[in-house]
Design a protein around this ligand. Structure first.
Ligand SMILES: *[C@@H]1O[C@H](CO)[C@@H](O)[C@H](O)[C@H]1NC(C)=O
Length: 396
C-alpha cells in the first residue's frame, strides 16, 4: 500500500454516493500522518504495558477473564505479523502452551466460544511464527468443538447425541445445520453467532493454512447457518435457542458477532473464490461501520465503555477491528480498503486523543475521558493500535 492520506481523503469524497462504501464525512479524524515506525512503537508500548498484569503460572492477565486473556495474545501475534518482527514470539508461544496444557482443548469452563478464542490466538501465532505445536493446539480444539456442530442428520432426527433435550431441526423455516452449541454441557440449549462465527473463522483459517477441504466444508456449513438464520438488516444477531427457537432480545446487536463473521467471510472468500461470501462481507462491513448501533455519527465506537469495572462487553469491539483487518488484508476492493482504513483511524485517533493521556494507557471508553490503567481498557485497545500499523500502509 502506497496511498497517502491525501489520496485516501480524495477517494473518500468521490465515493460518497457509491454503493454504500463511501466514508461518512461526519467521522472524526479518519486518517493519520504518524509514520510506520511510530505506529509500531505505539502498539508495542501498549502491549508491553499490559504484560505487568500477566500471571505466567496460568497465562491469564489479572483484571480480565480467561477468554479475554486469549484476546491479548491475538493482537500480540498480529503485531509481529504486521510489523515483520518476533518481539512476542517467546511469550505468546510459551503462554499458549501453558494454557493448553492446563486446560484440555482450551476448554477451562465448558464454553466452546472461550476455547475457540484461545484456538484463534494459536492460529494467528502459527501464521506468524510457523511453530507446528501452535497449529496442533488449534486443530485439537477445532476437533473437540466439531462434536458440538449440528449436522444435517441431527437436524433431521431432531436430536443431538451430546444434548439431553429434543433439538429443533429448523427455526423460522430454516435448517439448524451448521449451528454450533455455545456450551458442551448436555442441558444447555444455546446456539449463538459468536460460537458459530468463531468456528466458521477457525475452520476457514485451518483450510487456508492446511489446504484440507474438511475445514472448508465445515466453514461453509456454519457460515450458512449465520447467513440463513441470524442476520437482520445486515447486522449479525446474537442467539437462537436450539430447543424452542426463541431468540435473543432484538437489542443484542454487538460488534463482535458481526466482526468475527466478517473475519470468517474474508477468509472463506479467498479459500473458495465464491462471490456470495464477498457480497455478504461487503454488506456487513458497510452497514456495521456506518449504521451499526455501536457508534455515533463521529464514527467512534461507544459499545462496552466501562471505566470502573470489567465486563464481557468491554472487549467486543476489538474483535470487530480484528475482523476488519483480516478483510483489509485480503480484499481487492479499493473502496472497501479505504472504508476500513478510515474506520480504523477514527478509533486510533480517538484512543490517542481522547482515551489516553499519552502514557500508553487506554480507557475502554474510546470517546474518553482518559483514566488510569485498567487491564480491560488496555486489552480492548490493542487491536486498534495493531490495526493502525497495516491500515495506513507499511512504507510511511
Ligand atoms: C467494491 O464493491 C462495491 C460494492 O459491491 C462495488 O460497487 C465496487 O464496484 C467495488 N469496487 C471495486 C474496485 O471492485
Amino acid at each position: 500500500m502506497i496511498l497517502s492520506s491525501l489520496v485516501f481523503a480524495a477517494v473518500a469524497l468521490s465515493t460518497v454516493n457509491a454503493q454504500d462504501l463511501g466514508v461518512p464525512l461526519s467521522w472524526r479524524k479518519f486518517s493519520t500522518d504518524r509514520h510506520i515506525d511510530e505506529r509500531i512503537a505505539l502498539s508495542k508500548a501498549a502491549i508491553d504495558r499490559i504484560q505487568q498484569s500477566l500471571d505466567t503460572s496460568n497465562a491469564e492477565y489479572s483484571g480480565i477473564g480467561f477468554w479475554q486473556s486469549a484476546n491479548v495474545y491475538a493482537p500480540m501475534a498480529l503485531h509481529d505479523d504486521l510489523s515483520g518482527t518476533t518481539t512476542y514470539q517467546s511469550t505468546v508461544t510459551s503462554m499458549l502452551t501453558t494454557a493448553f496444557s492446563q486446560n484440555a482443548h482450551y476448554d477451562k469452563y465448558q464454553y466452546n466460544d472461550d476455547a475457540m478464542w484461545w484456538a484463534s490466538a494459536a492460529v494467528y501465532a502459527y501464521r506468524t511464527y510457523g511453530d507446528s505445536n501452535l497449529l496442533n493446539y488449534a486443530i485439537d480444539t477445532w476437533t473437540h468443538v466439531s462434536d458440538y456442530v449440528v449436522t444435517a442428520a441431527n437436524a433431521a432426527a431432531g436430536s443431538h447425541p451430546l444434548k439431553s433435550y429434543s433439538l429443533a431441526g429448523s427455526c423460522d423455516g430454516q435448517s439448524m445445520e451448521g449451528g454450533v452449541f455455545w456450551r458442551p454441557t448436555s442441558d444447555d440449549q444455546g446456539i449463538n453467532s459468536i460460537t458459530t462465527g468463531l468456528y466458521t473463522a477457525l475452520s476457514a483459517h485451518l483450510a487456508d493454512l492446511t489446504g484440507d477441504s474438511k475445514y472448508t466444508d465445515a466453514a461453509i456449513r456454519s457460515a450458512n447457518w449465520i447467513k440463513r438464520l441470524n442476520i437482520r438488516d445486515n447486522i449479525v444477531l446474537d442467539s437462537v435457542n436450539a430447543h424452542d427457537c426463541s431468540r435473543s432480545p432484538d437489542g443484542w446487536r454487538f460488534t463482535y458477532n458481526t466482526g468475527k463473521f466478517i473475519e470468517g467471510l474474508s477468509i472463506l472468500t479467498s479459500v473458495t473464490g465464491d462471490s456470495q461470501w464477498d457480497t455478504l462481507l461487503l454488506n456487513l462491513v458497510a452497514t456495521g461501520v456506518k449504521n451499526g448501533p455501536w457508534q455515533g455519527s463521529d464514527g467512534i465506537i461507544t459499545e462496552g465503555a466501562s471505566p470502573d469495572s470489567n465486563n464481557d462487553g468491554v472487549g467486543f469491539k476489538s474483535v470487530l477491528i480484528r475482523g476488519l483487518i483480516e478483510a483489509y488484508r485480503r480484499t481487492q476492493n479499493q473502496s472497501l480498503s479505504i472504508l476500513i482504513h478510515s474506520y480504523v483511524d477514527v478509533q486510533y485517533n480517538a484512543l490517542l486523543d481522547l482515551a489516553s493521556d499519552g502514557d500508553n494507557e487506554y480507557s475502554s471508553a474510546w470517546a474518553g475521558p482518559a483514566q488510569a490503567y485498567t487491564t480491560w481498557g488496555q486489552m480492548a485497545a490493542l487491536d486498534v493500535l495493531v490495526a493502525a500499523i497495516v491500515a495506513n500502509g507499511i512504507d510511511g
